[in-house]
Structures are given as C-alpha cells and as structure tokens.
Design a protein around this ligand. Structure first.
Ligand code: NAD
Ligand code: TYD
Length: 346
C-alpha cells in the first residue's frame, strides 16, 4: 500500500510516518511537506534512508508542485496533515492559513480524483466546533462555529472535503481530534513551550485567567485512530477523536510544575488570546462503537514520558527556540515549497 502523507515533517504527521514504518510492513510512504517553520526533517531522521520512505519538498497549495507527486506512481490513500496549525499565528495573519488549509486541501482533493486515489483522509480538529460552556460535548453533528482564523480555515477545508463526497462520490473520511501532546511538538504550543521554558529557567505565560479547558490526547493514540478510520471508517463520514482528559491550562501548569519541581512563581499571567475559546470537549463514542478505538495512554503516564522526552532531547528543541534552525534548513534545503523531482528528493 502506497500512502501519501502530507505534512509528515510536523508534529503529528511525523508520528504517523514513524508509526507506520514501525508497525505496518506493507506500507510505503511518500511524505509531501513544504518545510515551513513547523516542519523538521529531524523528526524522521532515523527513517530518512528507509527504502519504504520518501520525502518530497513541495507545497500542497501549489498544483504544479503537487501534480508530479501524484503522477509518479499510483497512490492508495492520502492522509492530509499539512496545515498552518497555530491559533496565535493565525491571529497575526490568516493568509497562510487560507492558502494551505483551504486552497491546499482543494488542490489535493482534485488531484486525488484525477489520479483515482481510492481514499482521502482529511485530518481536522475539534476547533471547527467553536467553544463550549461548562457542560456538554462536541458530537460529529454539532454545528460548525469556528472562532479563530485557524479554526475557520479548517472548517472551510472540511466543507470542501464533504462537498467532494456529495458532488463526485469521492471516497473521503474526516477525523476531528482534540489537543495532542507528545514528543516532537513545536515549542510554541502550550505543553512543549512550558516544559522547555521550565528547563531553561524561563517563565510560563498563562493566558487570561488560565481556566480555558482543552481535552488532551497523546499523539500516538491519535495516529492509531487515524489508521483505524483510514482502513475501516465509512466513506463520507466524520469521526471525532478525544482523550476523555479535560484539563484547564492551570491544571496543566500544576501537573508540569509537580513533574519538574518548579515553584508557583514560574506561572506568569499574561493578557488573554483574542477570541480565546473557553472549552473544548469531545464525544468520541462513534469511533469507539464503530471501529473499536479507545485511547490507551493515560494522562499521568503520557505527560511524564513527554516531559522526560523533552528533558532528554534538548538537541532537538533548543535550535528551534533560537531561530538558528530556520537559517540552517533554508541553507540546506532552500525556501519552502521548492520543487524537487520525486526521485531526486529521497
Ligand atoms: P505542525 O504545525 O506541527 O505541522 C504541520 C506540517 O505541515 C509541517 O511539517 C509543515 O512544514 C507542513 N506544511 C505546512 N504548510 C504546508 C504546505 N503548504 N504544503 C505542505 N506541507 C505544509 O502541525 P500538527 O500539530 O502536526 O498538526 C497536523 C494536523 O493535525 C493539522 O492539520 C492540524 O490542523 C491537525 N490537528 C492538530 C492538533 C494538535 O493538537 N496539534 C489537534 C487536532 C488536529
Ligand atoms: P495551544 O497549545 O496553542 O493549542 P490550541 O490553541 O490549539 O488549543 O494552546 C492550548 C491552550 O493553552 C489554549 O487555551 C491557549 C493556552 N496557552 C497559554 O495559556 N499560554 C501559551 O503560551 C500558549 C501557547 C497557550
């Protein structure tokens, strides 16, 4: 089976690549990644020479770059992770979010149809549902009420994917997952930012009153869920994925403080994020009932092993925090989106 993974140099996409190469011997992977600031070849460094793996440096938002990736050899499935993914950056400017998340998804859908790719799995997010009050859960049937430019671009992409199913009977599935944590997450997101700041002796900027709630899931549980949906999900369906682990940002900070042995003074309240969603929480009964998926990694174990990973991999995250990383990879690989012939980019 030949799978195109897009965004496979990012946090979750690289976990998918590593997991597939480790666990599914019949899978070959073509990883299409534009190497934005969030993409990092180090995330799959141990697999770079694997004969079942190939990275193509291309942007999903550039049809001319993408077409050869589809034309090269038949592809059995696309898993679309590629995205601009950080809410705070989308508040600065939504333009790259629309370009990759919306236009890029539409280009992929069209090419997947042209080249008769049997299944298209689109990786979406709980953020498309908007914000919950203190009670209730998001279901697959909940209305789309995105609040940030990031969430709006993801919701737009979801609608294009569903439209492709209705208009062309294209075989698509959508997964909507809650907040992920684990190794290789770019240190601009809450957990890796706090852990690495803690190791560096820097403060933890807690937005607003710190009572915003997210539903946390270990990234390995997420990729197992995606694999289940890709193989057994019903065509045209949406599957929520969640960890049954609701935590306020205060609680996260307290858990991290306990693991790292830091004083309460490390937490520094800062002005709130604009339009900050109050609470996300998933009803993931459908994927459990239909496909038998359940989270396996308990929060206490997952967060302890995640902190240990960042403690043991300073060589991975320190350059990302200095900017030296961007410069290094620009010199090494050129500007993001540079076209390379598929055979030349192994
Ligand atoms: P990430 O920012 O760590 O990685 C994104 C990857 O996409 C990077 O490797 C980047 O280089 C690549 N990319 C960006 N623009 C591209 C383009 N135009 N063409 C090709 N590649 C491009 O993101 P992540 O946290 O791994 O998220 C992956 C997907 O999962 C996203 O679609 C995101 O919306 C979704 N998601 C994330 C979470 C989470 O908690 N991180 C939760 C639910 C869903
Ligand atoms: P984040 O990791 O950016 O994920 P998302 O916005 O997709 O949920 O943020 C998680 C929560 O942590 C969110 O409520 C915002 C908050 N947060 C902080 O309080 N301080 C920070 O420095 C960051 C990055 C996030």
């Amino acid at each position: 089976m030949r799978i195109m993974v897009t965004g496979g140099l990012g946090f979750i996409g690289s976990q998918m690549v590593r997991w597939l190469l480790d666990n599914e011997p019949d899978v070959d992977i073509i990883n299409v990644d534009a190497l934005t600031y969030a993409g990092n070849p180090a995330n799959v460094a141990d697999y770079a020479d694997n004969s079942r793996y190939q990275w193509i440096h291309a942007s999903i938002a550039d049809r001319a770059q993408m077409e050869p990736c589809f034309a090269d050899k038949p592809i059995d499935a696309v898993i679309n992770f590629a995205a601009e993914s950080h809410v705070d950056r989308s508040i600065q400017s939504g333009v790259p979010f629309v370009a990759t998340n919306v236009l890029g998804t539409q280009i992929l859908l069209e090419l997947a149809r042209t080249y008769h790719v049997p299944r298209f799995l689109h990786v979406s997010t709980d953020e498309v549902y908007g914000s919950l009050g203190p009670n209730g859960l998001f279901r697959e049937t909940s209305p789309l009420q995105p609040n940030s430019p990031y969430a709006a671009s993801k919701a737009a992409a979801d609608l294009l994917v569903l439209a492709a199913a209705r208009t062309y009977q294209q075989d698509v599935v959508i997964t909507r997952c809650s907040n992920n944590y684990g190794p290789y997450q770019f240190p601009e997101k809450l957990i890796p930012l706090f852990v690495t700041n803690g190791i560096e002796g820097q403060p933890w900027p807690l937005y607003g009153d710190g009572r915003n709630v997210r539903d946390w899931l270990h990234v390995e549980d997420h990729v197992r869920a995606i694999w289940a949906v890709l193989n057994s999900g019903k065509s045209g369906q949406i599957y929520n994925i969640g960890g049954h682990t609701e935590k306020s940002n205060w609680e996260i900070a307290e858990d991290l403080r306990a693991i790292l042995g830091l004083p309460a003074s490390v937490i520094v309240p800062v002005p709130d994020r604009l339009g900050h969603d109050r609470r996300y929480a998933m009803d993931a009964q459908k994927i459990t009932k239909e496909l038998g998926w359940e989270p396996r990694i308990a929060w206490e174990d997952g967060i302890a092993s995640t902190v240990a990973w960042y403690q043991q991999h300073e060589d991975w995250w320190r350059p990302l925090k200095t900017g030296a990383y961007r410069e290094y990879y620009r010199q090494q690989y050129g500007e993001s989106g540079t076209t390379r012939a598929p055979s030349a980019s192994r």
